[in-house]
Design a protein around this ligand. Structure first.
Ligand SMILES: NC(=O)c1ccc[n+]([C@@H]2O[C@H](COP(=O)([O-])OP(=O)(O)OC[C@H]3O[C@@H](n4cnc5c(N)ncnc54)[C@H](OP(=O)(O)O)[C@@H]3O)[C@@H](O)[C@H]2O)c1
Length: 110
């Protein structure tokens, strides 16, 4: 049986993190962050896991700031979609490469 004390405890425990580690914290804190205007022209980026998640965001940031980027992942379909999206956005300088990094043979072949 859950007690009132446990409920209050859980609320207090999770409440400490809700602001900092949720979208609320991100939205609240971003207002005080300085605006960044990175210039990556002349740089070459190799982004592993570049077709999804964090890597995909890195690809966009680097391309938009002028870098030449090679995005690497396993799925040729996802990489093709990434390339098509970059073209549609008018972003140049993206190359894609299929590789499974869990395979030493596949990695060495690149
Ligand atoms: N998201 C977070 O909050 C967070 C926090 C801390 C650390 N991390 C770490 O950061 C990394 C990326 O996280 P994420 O959330 O962005 O993951 P994700 O959305 O799943 O993206 C993973 C990317 O890596 C590629 N990939 C997966 N396995 C691969 C393999 N064997 N060889 C080559 N490419 C592979 C995927 O494409 P394919 O499936 O086509 O290969 C995809 O492009 C992970 O190692 C994760 O543990 C994430």
């Amino acid at each position: 049986m859950i007690t009132v004390r446990q409920i209050v405890g859980a609320f207090c425990f999770n409440g400490r993190f809700a602001v900092s580690f949720s979208e609320v914290g991100y939205l609240a804190r971003r207002t005080s962050w300085p605006k960044l205007a990175p210039d990556f022209r002349g740089q070459y980026w190799l982004v592993t896991g570049g077709s999804g998640g964090l890597g995909r965001q890195m690809v966009w940031t680097a391309l938009q700031a002028g870098a030449t980027v090679t995005a690497v992942a396993r799925s040729p379909e996802k990489l093709a979609a990434l390339g098509a999206e970059a073209s549609a956005m008018g972003l140049v300088g993206l190359e894609v490469e299929c590789c499974d990094f869990t395979s030493s043979r596949d990695s060495a072949a690149r």
